[in-house]
Design a protein around this ligand. Structure first.
Ligand code: BGC
Length: 459
C-alpha cells in the first residue's frame, strides 16, 4: 500500500497513515538494562571493566544492576505487550554466551535469551537481535580486542552459536550497532570502553569491525536464512558558513561519520577523504578485506538523534571540525539539537547513495529531564512526546519521497544506563525509578502506543 498522508500542518496534529506491515518497535541494549553482568557463569566485558574504573562513569554508576532486566524480563515483556509493540530490538551480551569470548559456550547465558525470545513470540512481538552493542568480552580485549585481525573470526563464531540457537525464532538480526561510536568514542575520544585515545588505532578498529560484520553476514547465510543487516548512526553535517575551511571540515566530518562504514559495506570502498583525515595513520587495506566487508544486506538500520553544524577548528581531531550551537533551536539533555528534518534527509540520502534498500529507523529518541520518582504515579514528558511526533512525521516524509521504510524503533523502551553518562540521562518511554526499580509508562509511551494502534494516526 502506498503511504498516504491525509492532512498536514506543522503545528496541529494531522492524520498520518503508514504502509500496512510497517513495523513499530522499541530498542534497548544488554549492558544498559540487564544488570547481573556476571550471573550464571558470564564472563566480564570491557564495559564491566570500564564502569569499574574510577573516574570513567558519571557519579560512579555501573551496569551492575541497571534496570535489573536480567531478573525482570517477564515484567518488561508484559510492558511491551501493554504498549502494543510489534517488535523489540535487544542486544546479546557476547560474554554471557562465551565467557572467554570464544570456545566454551555457557548454556545458562544462552538460556536467558532463549527465554526472552520465547516470551516475546508468545506475545506476538518480533524479536530483533543485535549481536554487538559495545560489550566485547574482556578476555578478547586482553588479546587486542578490535585491534586484532582475528576478531572477525571470533565474532563470526559467536554469531554462529547464536544463529544455531535462535536462528529459527529470531527473524531479524543486526551484526553491529554503531561501529562509528565503537571506534570514535572507544579509541579516539576514550569516553567509552575500552577508553583508548590513539589516532593510529582508530582506522584499524573501524576496519576490523567492518570485517567482523562481513564475516558475521557470511556465517548467517551459511546457517540461518531470514534477514540480517547493519545498524549505523547517521548525522547530517551542515557547514556553518561558505568559508572554504568550514566546507572542507564538514565534508570530512560527513565522510568520517556517515560514509566510513556504509561505503565499504554497501559499495566496497572507503571514502577518498579517509586518507586526508587520518594521514599517515590510515593504512592500506587489502582488496580481499573489502570483498569480505561488502556482503549483500537484507536491510540497513539507521539510528538518528540529531544533526551537526560544523566550523573548522585546528584543535579537533581526527576531523578538524567543531560543532556550532544553533540559536533558537531546542537542545536535549545530551546537548543534541532537535532537528527532525535531518531524519528525512538522512533516509533519503541513504536511498540515493546506496540504492533503495529496505530501511529501518533502529533508534530514535531523546533525553529530557524526568523526575527520578513519578509524581502521583505518572510521568508527564511533553518534550519527548513532541520529539517523537516530529520525528515520526519525518519518517513519513521520507516514505513519500521514496525511501523504502519498513519500520521504526523508539530509543529506548526503558530509562537505562546511558553509558558513561550514567543514569542521569533518561531516554525511556517507560520511566525507571532507579531506587525501587519500578516501571511507569510515561506520557510519551502512551502517545507511542496510540501511534502503533492506529499505524500513524493523529501525529
Ligand atoms: C546507542 C545507544 C545510546 C543512544 C543514546 C546510541 O548511540 O546505540 O546505546 O544509549 O544512542 O545516546
Amino acid at each position: 500500500m502506498a503511504p498516504e498522508r491525509l492532512t498536514r500542518s506543522s503545528t496541529m496534529p494531522s492524520t498520518y497513515r503508514f504502509p500496512e506491515g510497517f513495523l513499530w518497535g522499541a530498542a534497548t541494549s544488554a549492558y544498559q538494562i540487564e544488570g547481573s553482568p556476571l550471573a550464571d557463569g558470564a564472563g566480564p566485558s570491557i564495559w564491566q571493566r570500564f564502569a569499574h574504573t574510577p573516574g570513567m562513569m558519571h557519579d560512579g554508576d555501573t551496569g551492575d544492576v541497571a534496570c535489573d532486566h536480567y531478573n525482570r524480563w517477564r515484567e518488561d515483556v508484559a510492558l511491551m505487550a501493554e504498549l502494543g509493540l510489534q517488535a523489540y530490538r535487544f542486544s546479546i551480551s557476547w560474554s554471557r554466551i562465551l565467557p572467554e569470548g570464544r570456545g566454551r559456550v555457557n548454556r545458562a547465558g544462552l538460556a536467558f535469551y532463549e527465554r526472552l525470545v520465547d516470551a516475546l513470540l508468545e506475545r506476538q512481538i518480533m524479536p530483533v537481535a543485535t549481536l554487538y552493542h559495545w560489550d566485547l568480552p574482556a578476555a578478547l580485549d586482553d588479546m587486542g580486542g578490535w585491534l586484532n585481525r582475528d576478531v572477525a573470526h571470533w565474532f563470526a563464531d559467536y554469531a554462529t552459536v547464536m544463529y544455531e540457537a535462535l536462528g529459527d525464532r529470531v527473524p531479524m538480526w543486526a551484526t553491529l550497532n554503531e561501529p562509528w561510536v565503537v571506534a570514535h568514542a572507544g579509541y579516539v575520544e576514550g569516553t567509552l570502553a575500552p577508553g583508548h585515545r590513539n589516532l593510529y588505532e582508530a582506522p584499524i578498529v573501524a576496519h576490523n569491525l567492518l570485517r567482523a560484520h562481513g564475516a558475521g553476514v557470511q556465517a548467517y547465510r551459511a546457517s540461518a536464512k531470514q534477514q540480517i543487516g547493519l545498524v549505523v548512526n547517521l548525522e547530517p553535517k551542515y557547514s556553518a558558513s561558505q568559508d572554504e575551511r568550514d566546507l572542507r571540515a564538514t565534508q570530512h566530518a560527513d565522510a568520517y561519520m556517515n560514509r566510513q562504514y556504509l561505503d565499504p559495506a554497501m559499495l566496497g570502498a572507503y571514502p577518498g577523504e579517509m586518507r586526508e583525515i587520518f594521514g599517515a595513520a590510515w593504512p592500506d587495506f587489502p582488496a580481499e578485506d573489502l570483498a569480505l566487508i561488502r556482503q549483500p544486506l537484507d536491510w540497513v538500520g539507521v539510528n538518528y538523534y540529531t544533526r551537526s553544524v560544523n566550523a573548522y577548528s585546528a584543535k579537533r581531531w581526527p576531523v578538524q571540525a567543531r560543532p556550532v550551537r544553533q540559536k533558537h533551536a531546542t537542545y536535549t539533555e545530551t546537548n543534541w539539537e532537535v532537528y527532525p528534518r535531518g531524519l528525512s534527509e538522512t533516509l533519503e540520502w541513504v536511498t540515493k547513495r546506496y540504492g533503495r534498500v529496505p530501511l529501518y529507523v533502529t533508534e530514535n529518541g531523546a533525553a529530557f529531564f524526568d523526575p527520578p520518582t513519578p509524581i502521583d504515579g505518572a510521568v508527564d514528558d511533553p518534550n519527548r512526546v513532541e520529539y517523537y511526533r516530529r520525528h515520526i512525521r519525518a519518517v513519513h516524509d521520507a516514505l513519500r519521497a521514496g525511501a523504502d521504510m519498513r519500520g521504526y524503533f523508539a530509543w529506548s523502551l526503558l530509562d537505562n544506563l546511558e553509558w558513561s553518562l550514567g543514569f542521569a540521562k533518561r531516554f525511556g518511554i517507560v520511566h525507571v525509578d532507579f531506587e525501587s526499580l519500578g516501571r511507569t509508562v510515561k506520557r510519551s509511551g502512551r502517545f507511542y502506543a496510540e501511534i502503533i494502534r492506529t499505524n500513524g494516526g493523529a501525529l
